[in-house]
Write a protein of this length. Sequence first.
Length: 228
Amino acid sequence: MAQAKATNARGIARILIADDDPIVRDILRNVLSARTEFSVVGEAKNGDESVRLVRELKPDLLLLDLLMPNLPGLDALKEMTTTDSLVRTIVLTASITKQQVLQALQLGARGVVRKDALNELVAAIRAVLDGQYWLDGKIVPNVVQLLNELAASSRTEAPRNDFGLTPRELEIVALVTEGCGNREIATRLTISEETVKRHLTHIFDKVGMSTRLELALFALDHNLARRA
């Protein structure tokens, strides 16, 4: 099902800018103000202020610097998830690790734009407002594909901690990360759906997760996304 666009009745997206660098804020404001589809409704210069303004202004989209004083970007994002805020967030950063990308996604971010690639910003904003994701300079239509993109980058990384998971459970974790449902997992592993469900219950208990998305993000963060 397509997701509704995050804009007001006039089709104008209300955007909050959060960055401690006034030069960056000026650049972002100028880029956005040049387009009638966007309206900059506020600017924050630190993490605490960004949280407060999100609650007060209820913007459609937040451009959030990863590194800010008082409350770093990921901590600010975490605090926002404890409220009823529905703001869609794009993280802005000079550099970012895969682990930080995963943390941002776990906290509800919809995209990551590097500050040396601000020419991508408008396309990223449009994609996120349209219910999609933005990563590495391109649109990613949904969470499943996003996880696949991240999984592909994790398969050659360092040895993993298996968290007590059996080889069969690791196979199931890898398939969950690929976006497979219980029926497809059962078919691919030649087992019953009930067996898949039983394995998933054990997996959730072992890693302390409760949803498939949490499990997939956890698997990517801990290099469990490749087959055993």
